[in-house]
Design a protein around this ligand. Structure first.
Ligand SMILES: N[C@@H](CCC(=O)N[C@@H](CS)C(=O)NCC(=O)O)C(=O)O
Length: 204
């Protein structure tokens, strides 16, 4: 199996951290793709990932999987322990519920803010929109506060144990640095949760 990734880019990091949390990072051949050098737009990589996005997983039979959560679902299936996506219908639903909330209401909103306002993103986000950036910023900050309130009486994001939802939130907190935002340094419960997650070592 070959995993195309870009270090410090959040979607590939989500997959790499997931695999590391499984203790299985050495099960894949890692191939780096530089987004800043726009290698993901070259014809060779487009053949791997038609939408020119990273990460991408190529299975030994040639199958391409190019959505980070779908790649995690595949790894969950072939490496079932430790379970990170739910053991029974209730856990699966709760973990998916929180993971999707974080992805859609925090991560995507933050990415909208970043892509529409940061000068480094100008070649990738054409045209940038100050209005979209402002909406993304507002939505991301509101969701960070909601998560902080949730973590006031929960040690983990979902189902009272470590899961992909913790990984998705962790990579988003790290990614926020690109806008000089550190929600885990501003919000106390998020901060306590973040310190506990850092100790687990899945971020390398
Ligand atoms: N929904 C996709 C999104 C992947 C994605 O947007 N990856 C970013 C890096 S974090 C990318 O490839 N960006 C390149 C670009 O926008 O041109 C996934 O979760 O895998």
């Amino acid at each position: 199996m070959k995993l195309y990734h870009s270090p410090q880019a959040p979607n590939p990091d989500r997959v790499v951290y997931f695999l590391r949390a499984k203790g299985k990072l050495d099960a894949v051949e890692l191939q780096e793709v530089s987004i800043m050098k726009q290698e993901h737009k070259e014809a060779d990589y487009r053949a791997v990932s038609p939408y020119s996005q990273v990460p991408a997983l190529i299975l030994d039979d040639g199958t391409n999987i190019t959505e980070s959560r779908a790649i995690c679902t595949y790894f969950e299936g072939i490496f079932p322990e430790p379970n990170l996506m739910g053991k029974d219908p209730k856990e699966k639903a709760l973990i998916e519920m929180w993971d999707r909330r974080i992805e859609l209401m925090l991560f995507v909103q933050f990415a909208t803010w970043f892509r529409n306002s940061h000068t480094a993103m100008a070649p990738l986000e054409v045209p940038q929109s100050a209005e979209a950036a402002a909406k993304g910023e507002k939505a991301a900050k509101k969701m960070a506060e909601r998560l902080d309130a949730h973590l006031a009486d929960h040690a983990f994001v979902a189902a009272d144990r470590f899961s992909i939802a913790d990984i998705t939130l962790y990579i988003t907190c790290g990614f926020a640095r690109v806008m000089k935002w550190a929600p885990h340094k501003e919000l106390p419960n998020l901060g306590r949760w973040h310190a506990a997650m850092s100790e687990r070592g899945f971020a390398g």
